[in-house]
Design a protein around this ligand. Structure first.
Ligand SMILES: Nc1ncnc2c1ncn2[C@@H]1O[C@H](COP(=O)(O)OP(=O)(O)OP(=O)(O)O)[C@@H](O)[C@H]1O
Length: 530
């Protein structure tokens, strides 16, 4: 018998999957024992990702690089706030009342925070009191610190410290967000507030080397920030234990629970060792909460969770001047050029519907000698991070983006947002225009409304514009209420009036929307997301 024939009969083959590779181990039992190992990439995961992102800044100045508050920062105090649910703790008015420990207080001051924003005034004591929370506050109004500060405060006062000596790390907090760039931003915020303490945040997301990610986790991990896919992967590999978990935070919670991510979130809470919702604290934050998502969110929260609404749930930030132009498909490019010629080197984000279009428009603008970069789900992670860095530094003051950049990104000096293509649901619009007008600064958003494609959005657009005290063009009102012969609904009727929309009380603002969005919020490009 030849050795080959013997192998086929008497060998044992085993496949071991580890760090993005399949190790195919062949053990031949006789005539002499031999072992061979072949490796290949796990096919489903595509080519092995070897990108290791540049290390985060170490210098204090860069860590505490501040986003300057704007002239309207104090106007946040005028926004109506509603907390629903039983026995909410009283709000705090100052950071001093938050009783933060010395290091955290120092880091808050070094970040340039002088007084808390409304979502912080109400959110911090609710979280410190151990309550579950669903919080809704407008874009750019400080939701990240609203959950990070009370979590870090508890971990610091309990003397939690990262340990390098364990193969399996057991974080006290897990934070999830829908995109790589956003979770990295949250991680950098956590790292800033934890500066000089023993609490160690770590970030895990797709598109970077798994081996590198695991090594980072194994250096010690108290606050694990992750996108769902990579988070589940790391947990599945046994690198993360959940027995010490106290906090589970869903940022952009409505997105995390829509049909794109809901299965992953359910998998996460069903992971072995995950404390039940009664034993952990679950916190959800977003600027938008469709009612059907709120109802489903209750599955993840304790029955007595508190609902915090700062202003109108799903409302746009009124520091953004919104303009809607009627533009057909074929004149969009010329209109864009006109706008960009006026805005000059001011930082502008241009949102388009598809990845291909993002490349196409970015190339077109570069040919027109406008320094432009782009970000979308088909670009490699290295390119995505470079694009964002070029935009942040102003090297490329124009960023063409798909939905992947719509939520959460906090980039200073973004004065303009252009919706080259409108998204197919209004919540996505609210998030996109919220990339400007942040932290009390003013901004401007121009949207191209193509009657051929965008009519279904008209009514909710009118509602959002009037809710943010913006001028509603007559033609848009006609499109919204004329063509389809609707009711005596008055688009300006209730927009400026505060309306709480805790579904447990029965909603109002969201309920008035025409054609509620499908349960997916993703916009056109679902594979943009983690
Ligand atoms: N109390 C404060 N004082 C000064 N600046 C603050 C304060 N709170 C937050 N900021 C800054 O405001 C900016 C916006 O905050 P953040 O990104 O948390 O907003 P957000 O509400 O999460 O927005 P989005 O809905 O777009 O995710 C950040 O640069 C943050 O550092």
């Amino acid at each position: 018998m030849t050795l080959e024939r013997f192998r086929s009969r008497a060998s044992v083959q085993n496949e071991i999957k580890y760090e993005g590779l399949v190790y195919q181990v062949t053990i031949v039992m006789a005539p002499s024992l031999s072992v061979s190992v072949h490796t290949y990439d796990i096919p489903a995961a595509g080519p092995k990702v070897i990108y290791v992102p540049p290390p985060p800044p170490e210098e204090e100045d860069a860590i505490f690089n501040q986003f300057q508050t704007g002239i309207n920062f104090d106007k946040y105090d005028d926004i109506l706030v509603d907390v629903s649910g039983s026995n909410p703790p009283p709000a705090i008015m100052t950071f001093t009342e938050a009783n933060l420990c010395e290091s955290l207080n120092k880091n808050v001051s070094k970040s340039g925070y002088i007084k808390p924003t409304p979502v912080q005034k109400y959110g911090i004591p609710i979280i410190s009191a151990g309550r579950d929370l669903m919080a809704c506050a407008q874009t750019g109004s400080g939701k990240t610190a609203a959950f990070l500060l009370p979590i870090l405060q508890t971990l610091m006062s309990d003397g939690v410290a990262a340990s390098r000596f364990s193969e399996q790390q057991e974080p006290e907090a897990i934070i999830v967000a829908p995109t790589r760039e956003l979770i990295n931003q949250i991680y950098l915020e956590a790292r800033k507030f934890a500066f000089g303490t023993c609490v160690r945040p770590v970030v895990v997301y797709g598109g970077i080397s798994t081996g590198y990610t695991i090594r980072e986790v194994c250096k010690g991990c108290n606050v694990l920030c992750g996108t769902p896919g990579r988070l589940l992967d790391i947990i599945g590999r046994g690198k993360i234990g959940l027995s010490k978990l106290r906090y589970l935070v869903l940022d952009e919670a409505d997105r995390m629970l829509d049909m794109g991510f809901e299965p992953d979130m359910r998998k996460l809470v069903a992971s072995p060792g995950m404390p039940s919702k009664e034993e952990r604290q679950t916190l959800m934050f977003s600027a938008t909460y469709p009612e059907e998502i709120q109802r489903m969110a209750a599955d993840f929260l304790k029955v007595d969770y508190l609902f915090l609404a700062v202003g109108v749930v799903g409302g746009a930030c009124s520091d953004v001047e919104q303009q809607v132009l009627e533009v057909n498909q074929f004149s969009k490019r010329d209109q864009l050029l006109e706008i960009l010629k006026i805005t000059g080197t001011e930082r502008t984000m241009v949102f388009v519907e598809t990845k291909r279009k993002a490349d196409f428009i970015a190339t077109y603008l570069c040919q027109e000698k406008l320094p432009t970069t782009s970000i979308h789900g088909d670009r490699e992670q290295r390119e995505r991070e470079q694009a964002l860095a070029d935009f942040r530094t102003g090297r490329c003051p124009i960023l063409v983006a798909t939905s992947v950049a719509a939520r959460g990104l906090d980039i200073e000096h973004v004065q303009h947002v252009v919706n080259f293509d409108l998204p197919n649901n209004i919540d996505e619009y609210v998030h996109r225009i919220g990339r400007t007008g942040r932290c009390g600064n003013t901004g401007r958003a121009v949207s191209f409304f193509d009657p051929e494609a965008d009519t279904q959005l008209a009514r909710s657009l009118v509602k959002v514009l009037s809710g943010a005290q913006q001028t509603v063009p007559d033609w848009l009102e006609k499109v919204a209420f004329g063509a389809h012969g609707t009711t005596a609904y008055n688009p300006r009727g209730s927009g400026s009036v505060f309306a709480s929309t805790d579904t447990r009380k029965g909603g109002s603002f969201q309920a008035e929307k025409q054609a509620p969005p499908p349960v997916s919020n993703a916009g056109g490009d679902d594979d943009e997301w983690e």
